[in-house]
Design a protein around this ligand. Structure first.
Ligand code: NDP
Ligand code: KPL
Length: 302
């Protein structure tokens, strides 16, 4: 039987990396009066210009000092396991860890790495930010959904949501993140690879010429979600994808930008995850497989 976690002292938040979402979160936490430090690849401090529509503020972040008892990990899906493995020796025995990334497939692996008394949370967000040298630009105001993933997280129900509300709120706290992850997966499985392959803004996908392909992709994602016990309803999912295409019409998706800047993409955790789950249930997903291969070819072009 699981031992009860020892009482949690004050949480000293640490954000991993100097990416757009991490620095957006760290800036908002610092501006709300919360102490927050950064865990970068090198043990250094960082000064940035935090640029919001109405104002620009210069902010300074100190490097994190172990032991770490509260960590927000907003890194790309493919970087999560390495980052958690590096963190493990520095985490306190009852640390709280919040994952935040696009795509799926990391939660079970992280649960197998952390201790029973270390809390795991997942936060999915529609905020948008860009990082350019020392500038962090808030490019879109969104909202976030947060859920505890294990028992040690459920025993810390107040402090973590309070901090994440400051970081990436407004926040909805739910018991089960899976339905939200599947909905985001459906959105990303359509918009990200299509905009990367056609090298276009999200809004381009509203054109009639893309509608059949979008429908084929979503029918596959819905079939796989049902097999995984997380059934997405086709028409509601299509409506949601179309809403996001309209709301983010002027944006370049993260995958379009990754391909344009010759960076690794999150395709394996998005369409790759759909293909992997489909294989478990012998489901054919030729449209998702096709996009996975096309994006991997673009990545290999370097
Ligand atoms: N940007 C946005 O507007 C949005 C992003 N998202 C999602 O949020 C996640 C994060 O996005 P974003 O901020 O853009 O990503 P970035 O790649 O810009 O930021 C991640 C940062 O984490 C660093 N990092 C990775 N691993 C480690 C490690 N082990 N130790 C220290 N630093 C590390 C990276 O460093 P390095 O570059 O050296 O690898 C990078 O600075 C992604 O899954 C993205 O899809 C979701 C909604 C909106
Ligand atoms: C919702 C969307 C598609 C917004 O661009 C996104 O999450 C991304 O670009 O990764």
């Amino acid at each position: 039987m699981a031992r009860p976690a020892p009482p949690q002292s004050a949480l000293n938040w640490v954000v991993v990396g100097q990416g757009a979402i991490g620095l957006l979160a760290a800036s908002r936490m610092q501006l709300s009066g919360m102490p927050v430090s950064l865990r970068l690849r090198h043990d250094t401090a960082l000064s940035i210009n935090f640029i919001q529509p109405q104002q620009t503020q210069q902010l300074h972040f100190a490097p994190a000092i172990a032991p770490l008892n509260a960590v927000l990990l907003p890194v790309k899906s493919y970087a999560v396991i390495n980052a958690v493995t590096e963190l493990l020796p520095q985490l306190s025995s009852n640390a709280q860890l919040v994952l935040s990334h696009n795509g799926m497939g990391t939660i079970a692996q992280v649960l197998s790495l952390i201790g029973e008394q270390q809390g795991l949370w997942f936060l999915t967000t529609t905020h948008a930010a860009l990082r350019h040298q020392h500038d962090v630009i808030r490019t879109g105001i969104g909202q976030s959904v947060l859920a505890p993933v294990n028992a040690a997280a459920r025993s810390c129900r107040e402090k973590v949501p309070h901090a994440m509300d400051k970081a990436l709120g407004p926040l909805v706290v739910v018991d089960d993140i899976q339905p939200y992850l599947w909905q985001k997966l459906a959105i990303n499985a359509v918009i990200n690879p299509l905009t990367a392959i056609h090298n276009c803004r999200n809004g381009e996908l509203a054109k009639p010429c893309y509608q059949q392909h979008i429908s084929q992709l979503l029918q596959e994602v819905c079939a796989v979600s049902a097999a995984c016990g997380q059934a997405l309803e086709y028409q509601a999912t299509l409506d949601k994808v179309q809403q996001v295409i309209t709301a983010t019409a002027q944006n370049f998706s993260s995958m379009q930008q990754d391909i344009a800047h010759r960076r690794r993409t999150e395709i394996e955790a998005i369409n790759g995850y759909v293909v992997q789950q489909a294989a478990r249930f012998n489901l054919a997903v030729p449209y998702n497989s096709g996009l996975l291969q096309q994006v991997q070819q673009l990545e290999q072009r370097g």
